[in-house]
Design a protein. Structure first.
Length: 380
């Protein structure tokens, strides 16, 4: 009966239940008892986990070993961006004007590991593929960051979202705050994704060691889409300005959402421009969203649909690779060759091996079949 009532007005309830998860549980008298037992079991299981080493043999390959300026790889973990609303992928509205004007590769056929951050984020960085991934499996194995660290990279995790989900457990993740960039932190202490740029500029001007920085964006996180971008970047109007989606028209919701994509386009492009101007480092940027979003299709809103019924809107995600000319030269990567691959069906499964291939980390943990750079190196 509860499910029936929910679907009768999913638009309204999904937003409310997202904000107040306890309401769903309150419909079942034994739910708190069951939840407590489940939580205890999960904590007990994860507290006894021994983390297995991944890529014990990881070391810099011949290209990474070459002397020269330090390499700066920026991995942007996007939030709730769905490919359907990226004009780079054919969306009718111009939501990517700035990235379109830059020398980037846009992968148009990428699917996510899960439909929620808690699943997708650890899965993206995990050596496990979606077929093998589980919560404890993720925690039990070192991930991409550990392998990069073993190959000599300094690893940083900067968070403008709800945390690293233990992906950066062996490093020191930091949360972005108003102190990093006051002009990007308004509207009730939350920061928009412009908050990263100043800190990243400073890092790129001072770093002396190969470094990977993960920027964990707030991106397009709903239902309060209008809080994700500055007021003066509200291009598509009228935009829904309440977390109560039932109070907005379908067009107002899409307008607010499209403004978040437009702002992600701007922050990524500004990051690329800044990195390109830093002659003292060898920069590249890899962006992929954690999952998509439903904006009313089939009566669904937001995300988190179980895998068996997850609609494409929640799993088809945008992915961008930008390599500076210096980076392409250092790592012998052929952009034209990679460009031919951008329409292939790929997924979060490819991220682990592709990043290791991109920066030439030599390890048996890298699966060449999943490394998108592998066919585009001379002699491949
Ligand atoms: Zn997410």
């Amino acid at each position: 009966m509860v499910v029936g009532i929910l679907f009768a007005n999913f638009k309204g309830y999904s937003a409310v239940l997202r904000e107040r998860k306890e309401l769903l549980a309150s419909a079942q008298p034994l739910a708190p008892v069951a939840a407590a037992a489940r939580y205890a079991r999960m904590m007990l299981k994860s507290s006894t986990i021994v983390v297995a080493t991944t890529g014990a043999d990881a070391k810099p390959g011949p290209l990474l070993s070459k002397s020269g300026p330090p390499v700066l790889l920026v991995i942007v973990a996007g939030e709730t961006a769905r490919a359907a609303n990226w004009s780079l992928g054919g969306y009718g509205r111009e939501t990517n004007p700035m990235l379109a004007a830059r020398d980037i590769l846009y992968f148009s056929n990428v699917s996510s590991c899960g439909t929620a951050t808690a699943v997708s984020l650890p899965c993206m960085f995990s050596p496990l593929t979606q077929a093998d991934y589980s919560y404890t499996g993720g925690l039990s194995n070192e991930n991409l960051l550990d392998v990069l660290g073993r190959a000599g990279f300094k690893v940083e995790w900067w968070d403008n979202n709800t945390g690293d989900k233990a992906v950066a457990a062996r490093f020191s993740p930091v949360f972005m705050t108003e102190k990093d960039s006051p002009e990007h932190c308004q509207k009730g202490n939350e920061c928009n994704d412009g908050v990263f740029l100043k800190r990243l500029t400073e890092l790129s001007q001072t770093m002396t060691q190969n470094t990977v920085v993960v920027l964990h964006q707030i991106g397009s996180h709903g239902p309060s889409y209008w809080l994700r971008y500055p007021d003066d970047r509200e291009v598509f109007t009228p935009a829904c300005k309440t977390p109560d989606l039932a109070a907005c028209s379908a067009q107002e919701i899409v307008n607010a959402y499209d403004n978040t994509i437009l702002y992600t386009d701007q922050t990524l492009a500004e990051t690329i421009d800044m990195l390109d101007a830093q002659g003292r480092v060898i920069p590249a940027l890899y962006y992929v969203s954690d999952h998509g979003e439903s904006l009313g299709e089939g009566g669904l809103y937001l995300h988190g649909a179980p895998a068996f019924m997850a609609p494409t809107e929640q799993t088809h995600v945008p992915m961008v690779l930008w390599m500076s000319a210096r980076f392409r030269e250092r790592f012998a990567l052929d952009q034209a060759c990679l460009a031919k691959e951008t329409g292939n069906a790929v997924s979060h499964d490819n991220m682990f091996s592709t990043v290791l291939g991109l920066v030439d980390v030599s390890t048996t943990a890298r699966n060449p079949a999943l490394d998108l750079t592998a066919p585009c190196r001379p002699g491949a």
